[in-house]
Design a protein around this ligand. Structure first.
Ligand SMILES: [Zn+2]
Length: 389
């Protein structure tokens, strides 16, 4: 792979013929049409999010004469360059000189490029960028792209995979799942966290259909001209969740719905009863892990481990231990009530606090509270034996 350092290209050159596509959220072209700013394997423009702090910082750097970092171009042919790294910075500059956003001046007033003083405009337009032009085979470029350390917002896993397996399948996948204009996004957002721009929906869809082997799946479908299976599977999961659980709770956005779908979608549920149970468990102060509520119900409401039911605190354990032990010493029997019932050597054994564990007299699942009244101390062996009733 050959690289050439260019030091004379100015902001003005780059912004010549700059086009920004509002619908796709992408900077498209520059350098009088020679430069493709966001090729298909690049992520969407994200510097405008979070109130535009990042794109404003790029412009302020230029005004102060600070460098905005190395930029890499891939020389595709004599008259054709693609931005490999730096597309966010270039899009920020292009958007600014075409009046897509404003910065604040010394007096805190909003200022668009077209309304700026001439010397400031010149300072921005004549700023020189440090650009490496690279020439190499597709696989060389992509391998290198995978390993460079990108300044600013690093590419996340899915963005890297999109670059590595770029092709018709990724393009179609992004059209469906990475397009913030897709009207389904609101529905999906109830069950999947993240954003279209950062590829979170595409990543979940791929993860579910591939049972977690995203890379393999993308590799074997790389040149497919349709995403039918991907779309179908994703909607089956979403439709299933939304028909079993008629309520939407925020905890639902981080669950492994793909796995839960595979495990439980053949069982039938009564959505009305499910809803009542969800509400009951949400209102139960002893349920520590609300995320576990959904799988608990899907599995038939038996695996209380999923809920991490609150345990007795140390003060409660100590006071119950003291009371139980005093009583036991009077009666000359073990302070573990179950040992006391037995006929072996432990019948009269007084256990130390460290050798005992707290137990719900009436199990939590049968309505027992986690309070001193419902607490008894058992020796470790007996407590374990009682286990998860
Ligand atoms: Zn015991």
């Amino acid at each position: 792979m050959n690289t050439t350092l260019k030091i004379d290209i100015t902001v003005k050159d780059i912004c010549e013929g700059f086009v920004y596509n509002e619908l796709e959220g992408k900077g498209l072209f520059g350098l009088s049409g020679k430069l493709t700013i966001q090729p298909e394997y690049q992520r969407n423009y994200i510097y405008a999010s979070d109130g535009g702090k990042k794109e404003i910082a790029v412009i302020e750097s230029l005004l102060k004469g600070y460098p905005i970092g190395l930029i890499y171009f891939n020389k595709v042919s004599e008259n054709n360059l693609e931005v490999l790294d730096g597309q966010q910075r270039i899009t920020s500059v292009g958007r600014f000189v075409t009046d897509k956003f404003a910065i604040k001046d010394e007096n805190g007033m909003e200022q668009y490029f077209s309304g700026m003083a001439k010397d400031k405009k010149t300072k921005i337009l004549e700023a020189k960028l440090l650009i490496y032009e690279c020439e190499g085979t597709e696989s060389e470029i992509k391998e290198w792209f995978r390993t460079i350390n990108i300044v600013g917002v690093p590419l996340n896993n899915q963005e890297l995979l999109n670059a590595v397996y770029s092709g018709p399948f990724v393009t179609l996948g992004k059209e469906e799942f990475s397009n913030s204009q897709n009207s389904n996004i609101q529905k999906w957002s109830a069950y999947v966290s993240g954003s279209a721009n950062r590829q979170d929906f595409l990543e979940r869809a791929l993860e579910w259909v591939s049972k977690g082997n995203i890379g393999d799946y993308m590799s074997s479908h790389r040149f497919d001209k349709n995403i039918t299976e991907l779309k179908k599977y994703f909607s089956s999961v979403i439709d299933w969740v939304s028909s079993v659980f008629i309520d939407v709770e925020s905890e639902m956005r981080r669950l492994e719905w793909g796995r839960l779908y595979e495990t439980y979608h053949k069982k039938s549920y009564n959505p009305k009863n499910v809803s009542e149970e969800v509400h009951k468990l949400y209102g139960d102060p002893y349920v520590k892990n609300r995320k576990g509520i959904f799988e608990f119900i899907l599995g038939g409401s038996t695996d209380t481990k999923l809920l991490e039911v609150r345990v007795f605190d140390d003060a409660t354990k100590k006071s119950v231990y003291k009371e139980q032990t005093t009583e036991a010493e009077k009666k000359k029997e073990s302070n573990c009530p179950l040992c006391a019932l037995g006929h072996d050597a432990n019948k009269e054994k007084i256990w130390s606090l460290n050798d005992m564990d707290a137990d719900h007299v009436t199990a939590w699942s049968k309505g027992g509270a986690t309070s001193a009244k419902n607490c008894q101390m058992l020796c470790k062996t007996h407590n374990r034996a009682k286990g998860n009733r």
